[in-house]
Design a protein around this ligand. Structure first.
Ligand SMILES: *Cc1c(COP(=O)(O)O)cnc(C)c1O
Ligand code: SF4
Length: 340
């Protein structure tokens, strides 16, 4: 259910509030010391790593406002704050954890699973999540969106087994809506593609991105539309995110969510149950709960499989089946994500 305050805003507002989303994008925090000071945690500045290991802090101010003041263990803060533990070298944690860097770099098209082609649409994100494989991925200039999506569209044209196009990244909604329009125009003469799926964290971390232009594009698309959000904790939701989700659904989009199981952030039955309930309150169904990709610098986030399975078992005892995400791991070369 959408809170009454949001519902009132939905009926009264002519468009999303907050102006051009790109201003919010550019206004993101990039200085860890400034972030800590904003949260009243300046005394922790001495514990920051001296260098950012090539993956800077980046977090939109709206997301910072959802963090608890004075709480060094805040689950949103821990997703973005550089930690000394990132510098540890742990065996098994590598720079290409899912093993497809070559395929990714080649032309931005990944076609590993039956019926679904995935485009690396953009290398940019509004937020830098410390656990992400993206911290090591050398995004080539040549994303799928380059040269008017030509190579990606040619691949789709040539393979009639592909019924679903997935835009991933980075974050595909980092692209201007005009770029997305160019893609959908190119899809018009590829009748076997009937579904468009977008993997994005932007409606959660920068809900201003869900603006009138994006909504108009989605509403007019002659395809089935799925957006898979990425939220890891119930506290990531507020009235602005609820507004974005409600408007996406009004535009005919089915909303799902994927999370990553993260030690110290959401590795408890209460946290996972609250996340599922909060997602559903926003009109979003939980889809996947990912075991961490074993990315160099992210070992301190890992939850072992035995504990992960226990957590999901507890969750199943507590929630309706439709609020229990599938626990999966990505294994290079497999025909799908692998359920544990
Ligand atoms: C994760 C992924 C998909 C989507 O898998 P679903 O199980 O359909 O969500 C598709 N292609 C690639 C390459 C992927 O990594
Ligand atoms: S790809 Fe997703 S998880 Fe990785 S940094 Fe971007 S928003 Fe975060």
């Amino acid at each position: 259910m959408i809170p009454a305050s949001t519902a009132a805003r939905l009926t009264s507002a002519t468009g999303p509030e907050g102006g051009d989303w790109r201003l919010h994008w550019r206004d993101a925090l990039t200085d860890p010391a400034e972030l800590l000071a904003l949260l009243g945690l300046q005394h922790l500045s001495t514990q920051l790593p001296a260098e950012d290991a090539g993956f800077a802090l980046r977090v939109p101010r709206g997301f910072v406002r959802r963090m608890r003041h004075g709480d060094a263990r805040d689950p949103l803060l821990l997703q973005v704050l550089p930690q000394l533990a990132e510098l540890d070298r742990v065996p098994g944690f590598v720079t290409d954890a899912v093993g497809d860097m070559d395929a990714r770099a080649a032309h931005g098209v990944l076609h590993k699973y039956h019926g679904r082609a995935l485009l690396i649409a953009s290398g940019s994100c509004a937020i830098n999540c410390r656990y992400c494989f993206r911290r090591h991925f050398p995004y080539a200039e040549e994303m799928a969106a380059a040269s008017q999506w030509r190579q990606a569209l040619a691949h789709l044209h040539g393979d009639s087994s592909i019924t679903e196009l997935i835009l991933s990244g980075g974050d595909p909604l980092a692209l201007a809506t005009s770029k997305l329009e160019a893609l959908s125009a190119g899809l018009a003469d590829i009748p076997h593609v009937t579904r468009l799926r977008i993997h994005t964290r932007l409606p959660v971390v920068l809900p201003e991105r869900v603006d009138a232009t994006l909504l108009a594009w989605l509403a007019a698309l002659p395809l089935q539309k799925v957006i898979v959000l990425h939220a890891n904790h119930a506290n990531e939701f507020d009235a602005d995110v609820d507004r974005a989700c409600a408007q996406l659904r009004e535009a005919g989009v089915t909303l799902l969510n994927q999370s990553v199981l993260l030690r110290g952030i959401n590795d408890g039955t209460d946290a996972l149950a609250e996340l599922s309930e909060r997602l559903f309150a926003a009109g979003v169904l939980p889809y996947y709960l990912h075991q961490l990709d074993r990315v160099q610098g992210a070992a301190h986030f890992e939850v072992d499989d035995v504990r992960a399975l226990d957590l999901v078992k507890d969750l199943r005892a507590r929630l309706p089946g439709y609020l229990v995400p599938t626990l999966v791991r990505e294994v290079g070369g497999a025909a799908s994500k692998l359920p544990l």
